[in-house]
Design a binder for this molecule. Structure first.
Ligand SMILES: Nc1ncnc2c1ncn2[C@@H]1O[C@H](COP(=O)(O)OP(=O)(O)OP(=O)(O)O)[C@@H](O)[C@H]1O
Length: 218
């Protein structure tokens, strides 16, 4: 099953010059972990934002789990796309505990299923003891795990991660790469990871695609 199907996408931040995304097509199958590589400014983050629905393309179509989210006059809002995101800075709510952060995205789940899901997600990222902590009481690596747990909790069709390692020091990074692959495979999640580091792709991903080329890339 195709989980992400992007066809002939064109997007620009302004009407002048070459578009940032110029006729890109990408297909990602269920449960694949795909690295998104490419030089700085090649449009990696922009591609993720288009798939998430944070930007509107000029042309082209996007299907998620075989449902159109961008096509002709259709534009499905981000919250209705079944897409989870982990940003560079993790974007945890500082005034909420770890448990409340994860609970936040679960409003569509029946009330009695929410707390068990939070516990299940904390277990998945091996942070079971940390539900009552606040984000500022956690290390960078721990914050990343909580951001991951929050993004996975609503069971998205696809998880989008933008430079998830940029805030971590080198030693921690090596350890976390391995853990991340284990967590993603355990969660059976389809995932796109933007990185500028090929070593991230080698350690975590099943394959990679390269931005900054006009031809079909994946
Ligand atoms: N909000 C914005 N307004 C105008 N131009 C933007 C905006 N965001 C990004 N751009 C431009 O679009 C291009 C692609 O940016 P993008 O962040 O997608 O690249 P990237 O491949 O993720 O780069 P990096 O590896 O440096 O993060 C760049 O030339 C950038 O300057």
């Amino acid at each position: 099953m195709k989980i992400v199907d992007v066809q002939d996408l064109v997007f620009s931040f302004s009407s002048e010059g070459e578009p940032v995304i110029n006729g890109v097509s990408i297909t990602i199958m269920k449960d694949e972990i795909v690295g998104v590589l490419g030089p700085s400014g090649s449009g990696k983050s922009t591609m993720l934002r288009l798939i998430a629905g944070l930007e509107m393309p000029w042309q082209g179509s996007i299907y998620i789990a075989e449902k159109p989210v961008v096509a002709d006059k259709l534009f499905v809002q981000p919250e209705n796309r079944g897409v989870g995101m982990v940003f560079q800075d993790y974007a945890l709510f500082p005034h909420m505990t770890v448990g409340e952060n994860i609970l936040f995205g679960l409003s569509r789940l029946p009330r009695k299923e929410r707390k068990p899901r939070v516990a299940e997600m904390l277990e998945l990222v091996k942070m079971g003891e940390f539900a009552e902590r606040y984000p500022h009481e956690l290390s960078g690596g721990q914050q990343q795990r909580i951001a991951l747990a929050r993004a996975l909790a609503p069971k998205p069709n696809v998880l989008l991660m933008d430079e998830p390692f940029s805030n971590l020091d080198a030693d921690l990074k090596a350890e976390i790469r391995e853990d991340l692959r284990v967590i993603l495979k355990k969660a059976n999640i389809t995932c796109m990871i933007v990185t500028h580091d090929r070593a991230d792709v080698e350690a975590i991903c099943d394959r990679s695609i390269e931005m900054g080329q006009r031809e079909k890339i994946g």
